[in-house]
Design a protein around this ligand. Structure first.
Ligand code: PLP
Length: 370
C-alpha cells in the first residue's frame, strides 16, 4: 500500500482538521533571537515551582517504577487542599487531559458541544479530535456569556458546554447564577478553573447538588508546574469513577505526581508568588491604561487582555500584530490571536516587576516603530 492509500484510511475529518497552534520552545527562540527571552505569552509562572518540588525530584528514588494508576497519594493530598473527597477527584496529564476525558466520556461522533469564544482553543481542538461538532455561541461585546444565545443554540444533540472561569483570554469570572442556569439546561457543564488561585472564585461549591457539573483545575499556573503536566477534576464520585476507568492508566507520571504533592505541602510559599503576580498584574494593567492606544480589560487571572488602537488604516496586518512582532525582536513574547474579534488584541501574562518594566518600555518603542 502506498502512503496515499494509508491516508485514505485516516478519519476524513482528521485529514482536513487544523492542528493546535504550537508554541516555540524557549531554547529555540533564545538561539534564534540571540537574546534573553521575557516570556509573557503562555500564562506560566515566572517564579518557578516550589523549591520543595525541585528537591523531591532531585532525590526521587522511583523513576524506574510505573506510576499509581489510581493516583492515591495525589488524590489524598488534593482532598485536603480542595475539601472534596478522594473519590470525587481525578487527576490528568494537565487539565488538557481532563478536557479530552470529558469529551471521550460524553461525546459521540456527531454530538454537539457548546463553546463560548473568545475562549481557550483546546475546547474546539479536542472536540474535533473526538469527532464531535462544536457549536459556537460568541460572548457579548463585554465578554459576558450570551445566555439567551446558549439557550437557543442547545439542541437534542448537545451534550457538554465548556466555560473557562476566569476565562482565557478575556479574564472574567462566571457567576454562580450563570452556572446554575446552565446546569438547569440538562447539559454537562464544565467550569474550567485553570486560574482559580488568581481569582479565588469557584463554582466548586455547586458540585454536591449538581452531578452534571465538572470543575477542572491545574498545577500549571499557580504552582509553576506547566512543564510537568498535572491537572485535576472535581465532580460527582460516580463520574470520577468513569474517568478513572477510561483514562490512560499512567496519565500522571511519577515526577508530576511527586512535584504536585510537594507543592501542596508548600502552599504558603506558592500563594505568596500568586499574590506577587496579582499585584504585578494590577500594576501592569494600570500602567497600560495610561497609554492612550491600549485598553486593558479587567482580569481575575495571571494575564491581561488589551485592545490596541489601529495606528493607521493599513488593512490586513493589524497594529496589535506589528506590536507583537516588534516586541518579539526585543525578546519580549506576548500573545497575539489570528482570530476574528481578537486581531486587535494582545494578551500579556503577568511577570516579575522587571518583566513589566521591560514590557512597558518595549511597548512604547514598538508603538513608535509600528
Ligand atoms: C482555561 C485553560 N484551561 C486549561 C489550560 C491548560 O492547562 P494545563 O497546563 O493543566 O493543561 C489552560 C492553559 O493555558 C487554560 O488557559
Amino acid at each position: 500500500m502506498d502512503i496515499d492509500g494509508v491516508e485514505k484510511l485516516i478519519r476524513p475529518e482528521l485529514m482536513t482538521m487544523r492542528g493546535y497552534d504550537p508554541v516555540e520552545p524557549i531554547d529555540v527562540l533564545e538561539k534564534e533571537l540571540g537574546t534573553h527571552i521575557i516570556k509573557m505569552d503562555g500564562n506560566e509562572n515566572p517564579y518557578l515551582c516550589s523549591p520543595r518540588a525541585t528537591q523531591i525530584l532531585a532525590n526521587f528514588p522511583y523513576y524506574h517504577i510505573y506510576p499509581d494508576p489510581l493516583q492515591r497519594n495525589l488524590r489524598k493530598a488534593l482532598s485536603s487542599y480542595t475539601g472534596f473527597s478522594e473519590s470525587s477527584i481525578v487527576c490528568g496529564n494537565g487539565s488538557d487531559d481532563l478536557i479530552d476525558l470529558v469529551l471521550r466520556l460524553f461525546v459521540r461522533p456527531g454530538d454537539e458541544v457548546l463553546n463560548c469564544p473568545p475562549t481557550f482553543g483546546m475546547y474546539p481542538f479536542t472536540v474535533g479530535v473526538v469527532g464531535g461538532t462544536i457549536v459556537n455561541v460568541p460572548r457579548r461585546d463585554d465578554f459576558v456569556l450570551d445566555m439567551a444565545g446558549i439557550r437557543a443554540a442547545k439542541s437534542d444533540k448537545t451534550r457538554v458546554i465548556f466555560i473557562a472561569s476566569p476565562n482565557n483570554p478575556t479574564g472574567e469570572l462566571v457567576s454562580d447564577e450563570e452556572v446554575l442556569e446552565l446546569l438547569g439546561m440538562g447539559l454537562v457543564v464544565v467550569v474550567d478553573e485553570a486560574y482559580f488561585e488568581f481569582g479565588e472564585s469557584s463554582a466548586a461549591g455547586l458540585v454536591a447538588a449538581n452531578p452534571n457539573l465538572i470543575i477542572l483545575r491545574t498545577f500549571s499556573k499557580w504552582a509553576g508546574l506547566a512543564g510537568l503536566r498535572v491537572g485535576y477534576g472535581l465532580c460527582h464520585e460516580k463520574i470520577a469513577g468513569h474517568f478513572l476507568k477510561i483514562k490512560q492508566p499512567y496519565n500522571v507520571n511519577v515526577a508530576g505526581e511527586a512535584a504536585a504533592i510537594a507543592s501542596l505541602e508548600d502552599v504558603d510559599y506558592l500563594r505568596a508568588n500568586v499574590e506577587r503576580l496579582k499585584a504585578e498584574r494590577n500594576r501592569m494593567s494600570s500602567e497600560l491604561a495610561k497609554l492612550p492606544w491600549m485598553r486593558p480589560f479587567p482580569s481575575s487571572a495571571n494575564f491581561v487582555l488589551c485592545r490596541v488602537a489601529e495606528k493607521d488604516a493599513s488593512g490586513a496586518v493589524t497594529t496589535a500584530r506589528r506590536l507583537r512582532d516588534s516586541l518579539r525582536k526585543r525578546g519580549i513574547l506576548v500573545r497575539f490571536y489570528e482570530t476574528p474579534g481578537l486581531r486587535d488584541c494582545l494578551r500579556i501574562s503577568a511577570g516579575r516587576p522587571e518583566d513589566t518594566d521591560a514590557l512597558l518600555t518595549g511597548l512604547v518603542e514598538a508603538w513608535n516603530e509600528a
